[in-house]
Design a binder for this molecule. Structure first.
Ligand code: SF4
Ligand code: SF4
Length: 155
């Protein structure tokens, strides 16, 4: 389930790797073309995805993602955030103005580290802004939406 970002107090990633097992990331056509030679991507009804191999994303090694930089899909870079130009629901609570443009940002509650409550922390607002910047190409690389460096991934 996705909720508007103003209903989220905080989020952080501990690199548990679960979302890469349960989710099937959508790709843009350009991302699909870049990854096609791996054999791990597929087209279904005009939409593009990473295939599940043995029940998980084939790019996941141990609990971490082996795709970095421009190869990592935007939907993965911004997870658990979802940025839309049109509101899906709860327009006011999802609204974010960036550079004079309207965006609507939602956060997945799948991750157990998505903590719901009013009054998002300043850090959560920073993550929302970064998600927008990544989606619109203002920023190429993730700086803040990343796993907590002090947490050791389980291997
Ligand atoms: S986003 Fe959440 S579910 Fe995904 S790896 Fe990080 S902590 Fe785990
Ligand atoms: S591409 Fe990387 S971040 Fe995306 S689902 Fe696969 S392992 Fe996870």
């Amino acid at each position: 389930m996705y909720v508007p970002w103003r209903k989220v107090y905080s989020w952080h990633c501990v690199a548990c790797g679960k979302c890469c097992i349960d989710f099937k990331p959508k790709l843009t056509y350009y991302e699909y073309l870049k990854l096609r030679k791996t054999g791990f991507v597929e087209e279904k009804a005009g939409r593009y995805y990473i295939k599940k191999i043995n029940g998980k994303c084939p790019f996941q090694i141990d609990n971490l993602c082996s795709l970095q930089g421009s190869l990592k899909p935007i939907s993965c870079k911004v997870f658990p955030f979802l940025v839309r130009k049109k509101p899906a629901k709860n327009e006011d609570l999802a609204y974010y103005e960036y550079d004079g443009e309207e965006y609507y940002v939602y956060v997945s509650t799948y991750c157990k580290n998505t903590i719901l409550s009013k009054n998002p922390t300043e850090n959560l607002k920073k993550l929302v802004k970064e998600a927008i910047e990544l989606v619109i190409g203002r920023k190429r690389e993730v700086e803040w939406i990343t796993w907590v460096q002090s947490s050791k991934p389980k291997v």
